[in-house]
Design a protein around this ligand. Structure first.
Ligand SMILES: [Zn+2]
Length: 484
């Protein structure tokens, strides 16, 4: 069921079904795609349903001075972050169903008063079309590969040496993806064999597959690899990331070749222009592996944090060991976590299907006279909810709003802090007072900051993670969180 090809296909297909608004212009603009999939195993575990519950695109992040004290702007619009925030909207809807007695396909009552837990057989998976920015993108290259040029572009060079056959096949595959109309993959008894082994076995199978794919950039095996001509390949360089180290820690040595970057450190989001305070996706994803991806607010309602069982990356420059370091190893030793939290790193897999709107594909399809290739400025969020599932933004606000509308509700993304807070508060008011979780029974809760701080276990877990693994993680400015 967790075959990475199926998952990639399902996500590209979901994307192709969305309306055009906010999508990149083919051949000129590229974007990044990420999605959260809900996986539901039947009681007999013979059937597995996979469904995209949230999808996000986006490549941008606003600068420090554009951050808003009213919580009305979307700071970080990288696809992974958009997909997670859309998933929060979906989870709030499901909790609404649970507390109101309408029921939920995700949650059932837990032992503790006012708390909910995942239904048996339900888990979540994160797909991303690309290696996450920051630490995971510092990928070794061997001397048989083209020189690095940030951001990563080496896939193109590879395709050319492959004689283009792979490419053509891929284009056909992606065409297929776009034409297919299956919104949901149902897998049944035929899958039994692979199914029984559960995620562990599935992972090792796919790991073998990905490490043999010729289109991979490189793996540590290349360090001692001898090719057919008897040439010895060495790691001669690394892919560079524009993501700068956070202040207060070691800086990048910036020496030529493999000593350009410091591996394993926290980084802020890459980008030109004004510096941003948002951390790289590698860092955020590592954090989700300990604190869960549900955030402080939803933790009030949950007996246990929600973890991604698996992270699947689409075809792009990728290195299994570097992914492991960035997303798993850095937090592997964190201990003394409160009840409901544990170190639960995802299994890491790669698919061989490429996103048709990736940077590399866009460069291949680009035609003279089309204008310069650039990242798409808009971010699309779609999630599986009944009211307003689509949210298209640019520069942190609704796409296409006039300057005059800025500051009004009309300009706000449904994913901004303020909107998510308001949906959370409507969940709280929909909860029968006798069924409220203990942590929400204090009268003095008012601001966004208050509600987040009152999520005590979450804050304790964060303190442990910060002190043991990420002491340099910048503290959020309280003055930007006092809205209500
Ligand atoms: Zn990112």
């Amino acid at each position: 069921p967790c075959d990475p090809q199926n998952i990639a296909k399902l996500c590209y297909e979901r994307f192709s079904q969305l309306p055009r608004r906010g999508k990149p212009e083919p051949g000129r603009e590229w974007t990044l795609l990420a999605a959260v999939l809900q996986i539901t195993r039947g009681a007999d575990s013979h059937s597995v349903a996979m469904e995209v519950v949230s999808l996000g695109t986006g490549t941008k992040c606003i600068g420090q001075t554009a951050m808003s004290p009213t919580g009305d702007v979307l700071n970080d619009s990288h696809a992974e972050v958009i997909a997670r925030r859309g998933c929060i909207r979906y989870l709030i809807q499901e909790l609404h169903g649970a507390v109101s007695g309408r029921g939920s396909s995700v949650f059932c009552a837990a032992d503790e008063r006012g708390k909910w837990k995942l239904r048996p057989g339900v888990s979540f998976l994160l797909f991303t079309s690309h290696t996450p920015c920051g630490d995971a993108s510092i990928i070794p290259m061997t001397d048989s590969q083209p020189q690095p040029c940030p951001p990563v572009t080496s896939v193109k060079g590879h395709e050319q040496t492959d004689g283009g056959g792979d490419l053509k096949r891929k284009a056909e595959e992606s065409g297929e993806v776009q034409n297919s109309k299956q919104p949901r993959l149902e897998e049944t008894a035929e899958m039994k064999e692979e199914d029984r082994g559960d995620t562990e076995q599935c992972g090792s199978l796919n790991f073998n597959k990905t490490s043999e794919t010729p289109s991979q950039t490189s793996s540590s095996a290349d360090l001692a690899q001898t090719d057919g001509a008897g040439l010895h390949h060495q790691v001669s360089d690394i892919h560079r990331t524009g993501a700068k180290c956070v202040l207060g820690g070691p800086a990048d040595p910036l020496q030529p070749g493999v000593r350009y970057h410091s591996p394993g450190v926290l980084r802020v989001k890459p980008g030109r222009g004004e510096p941003t305070l948002s951390l790289s996706c590698s860092d955020k994803m590592a954090r989700w592996g300990v604190l869960g991806f549900q955030g402080a607010l939803l933790s009030h309602y949950l007996q246990e944090a929600l973890y991604f069982s698996t992270v699947v990356v689409g075809k792009c420059p990728y290195d299994q060991e570097v992914m492991q370091r960035a997303l798993v190893t850095r937090c592997a030793c964190v201990s003394d976590l409160p009840a409901g939290f544990s170190v639960r790193p995802p299994e890491l897999l790669q698919a061989t299907l490429e996103f048709p709107f990736s940077q590399a594909q866009t460069e291949l399809q680009h035609q003279a006279g089309q204008g310069r290739i650039s990242p798409c400025g808009a971010a699309i969020s779609w999630c599986n909810i009944t009211e307003q599932p689509l949210d298209v933004t640019a520069n942190g606000y609704k796409h296409g709003v006039t300057k005059k509308a800025l500051g009004t509700a009309k300009a706000r993304s449904l994913l901004c802090k303020l909107e998510l807070f308001h949906s959370f508060l409507s969940l709280v008011s929909a909860t029968d007072p006798s069924a409220l979780p203990n942590s929400l029974r204090k009268a003095e809760l008012q601001t966004y900051w208050d509600y987040k701080q009152a999520s005590q276990s979450y804050q304790q877990a964060w303190q442990q993670l910060r002190s043991q693994a990420f002491p340099l993680w910048p503290r959020s400015d309280r003055n930007l969180l006092l809205f209500h």
